[in-house]
Ligand binder design. Structure first.
Ligand SMILES: [Zn+2]
Length: 150
């Protein structure tokens, strides 16, 4: 097993590095044996000899591709979701992990809203996805601040 990072790009939104492992064949070829639900036939993989799999979740590293509150909030929602999903003894659970709704639902709703906003090409100074007529910054961006920060 060779550990490293699988890199994804959401054009104009963010780069995401996902902790990943490939199989190193006896001939030295890196073979990705992980099923790809989206059907990708090739991935960008960067080996990281400093890291190894310890059985614990390693959160993705997400870098925004522009300065935008929508992207910062989307990334923060993903980070908080990983924290909530791995809080306490949940960190050592696999498969179906039961999480109290009041801990996870606000994050899932925010992540869905922000994902739809970004997929629609909206930026933080554009009218909010909810069609209130206000800019995201002053509408849902303002509402999300206590949950997701600046
Ligand atoms: Zn709104």
């Amino acid at each position: 097993m060779l550990c490293g990072w699988q890199l994804w790009e959401w054009p104009h939104v963010m780069i995401e590095a996902e902790f990943h492992a490939v199989w190193l064949s006896p001939e030295g070829a890196m073979v990705d044996v992980t099923p790809k639900p989206q059907g990708e036939t090739r991935i960008l993989f960067v080996p990281d000899p400093r890291r190894c799999y310890t059985g614990r979740v390693v959160d993705n590293v997400r870098l925004p591709l522009r300065d935008d509150q929508l992207i910062r909030h989307f990334i923060r929602a993903a980070e908080l979701k990983t924290i909530v999903m791995n809080r306490g003894e949940r960190a050592s659970q696999y498969g179906h992990v039961s999480v109290p709704a009041d801990e996870i639902e606000p994050l899932l709703l925010a992540q869905q809203f922000l994902g739809q906003s970004l997929a629609s090409g909206l930026r933080d100074h554009d009218p909010c996805l909810c069609r209130s007529g206000g800019k995201y910054k002053r509408c849902h961006g303002h509402q999300f601040k206590p949950l997701l920060g600046r």
